[in-house]
Design a binder for this molecule. Structure first.
Ligand SMILES: *[C@@H]1O[C@H](CO)[C@@H](O)[C@H](O)[C@H]1NC(C)=O
Ligand SMILES: [Ca+2]
Length: 244
C-alpha cells in the first residue's frame, strides 16, 4: 500500500511542473490582438488543484521462474508383467563331497551242498540208516556213503526227496534228522507187482545236523528194492544258506 502511494506521488509531482508552462500560454493565446493592444498583465492565478489519480499502470513483466517443487506421492503398484524368456543354462557346479564307505559285501565263498545217490542192493537190515552206495552226485562229499548219512556243513534250508522201488515186501521208511524221524512213507506191496514209495520235505539244518533214511516199525517192512534197471534214490540239496 505504501509502495503504491509512493508511485502515485511520483507520477503526480512531475506532471504539475510540466503543466505550469503549457497552461500559461494557453490562457494568453485566445485573446484577439486588436482588442487587447496595450493590455496590462494581471496578477498570476493560483495554482490549480491536483488532478484525479491516473489509471492503473500496465502489468509488470513476468517474474523469475520459481524453484522446483517437492516430488509427488508414489503412485499405486502396476500390474505384473509377462514372464521373461528363459535364461541360458548356468555353468556346471563343483563336484560333491565323497560318499560314505559302503557296507561289507558277502563273502565270495560259494555255498554249495548237494547229493544224489541210489541203492545197489536190496535192504535187509531194519532200524539202521539205509546205505545208498550208487553215487549220482556227491561233489562236496557232504553225504557219507559208508554210513548213509548226510552231514550239514552249511546252515540253511535243505530239500530232500526219495523214490523207492518196492518189491516182495511192504515198505515203511522214515527220513531222520538228528536221531528223530520227521517224515514217514508207507507202501503196501501188491503181490506179483512192483510198487513205489516216495516222499520229499524242506528242512532247516544247523551245522553238523545229520539226515538219513531208515526203515521203521516192527515186522517185515524192508521191501526196498533195486537192480540194474529199477532204482531207489535219495537226493538232497541246499536251497538257501543262512545269511546271519
Ligand atoms: C525191473 O524193471 C523191469 C522193467 O524195466 C522189469 O522187467 C523187471 O522185472 C523189474 N525188476 C523186478 C524185480 O521186478
Ligand atoms: Ca502199493
Amino acid at each position: 500500500m505504501l509502495l503504491l502511494q509512493a508511485v502515485l506521488l511520483l507520477l503526480v509531482l512531475p506532471s504539475r511542473g510540466q503543466d505550469t508552462p503549457t497552461k500559461e500560454p494557453e490562457v494568453q493565446l485566445p485573446l484577439p490582438k486588436g482588442v487587447c493592444t496595450g493590455w496590462v498583465a494581471g496578477i498570476p492565478g493560483h495554482p490549480g488543484h491536483n488532478g484525479t489519480p491516473g489509471r492503473d499502470g500496465r502489468d509488470g513483466t513476468p517474474g523469475e521462474k520459481g524453484e522446483k517443487g517437492d516430488a509427488g506421492l508414489v503412485g499405486p503398484k502396476g500390474d505384473t508383467g509377462e514372464t521373461g524368456v528363459t535364461g541360458v543354462e548356468g555353468p556346471r557346479g563343483f563336484p560333491g563331497v565323497q560318499g560314505r564307505k559302503g557296507e561289507p559285501g558277502e563273502s565270495a565263498y560259494v555255498y554249495r551242498s548237494a547229493f544224489s545217490v541210489g541203492l545197489e542192493t536190496r535192504v535187509t537190515v531194519p532200524n539202521v540208516p539205509i546205505r545208498f552206495t550208487k553215487i549220482f552226485y556227491n561233489q562236496q562229499n557232504h553225504y557219507d556213503d559208508t554210513t548213509g548219512k548226510f552231514h550239514c556243513n552249511i546252515p540253511g534250508l535243505y530239500y530232500f526227496s526219495y523214490h523207492i522201488t518196492v518189491y516182495h515186501k511192504d515198505v515203511k521208511v522214515s527220513l531222520y534228522k538228528k536221531d528223530k524221524a520227521v517224515l514217514f512213507t508207507f507202501d503196501k506191496y501188491q503181490d506179483q507187482d512192483v510198487d513205489q514209495a516216495s516222499g520229499s520235505v524242506l528242512l532247516h539244518l544247523e551245522m553238523g545236523d545229520q539226515v538219513w533214511l531208515q526203515v521203521y516199525g516192527e515186522g517185515e517192512n524192508n521191501g526196498l528194492y533195486a537192480d540194474n534197471i529199477n532204482d531207489s534214490t535219495f537226493t538232497g540239496f541246499l536251497l538257501y544258506h543262512d545269511t546271519n
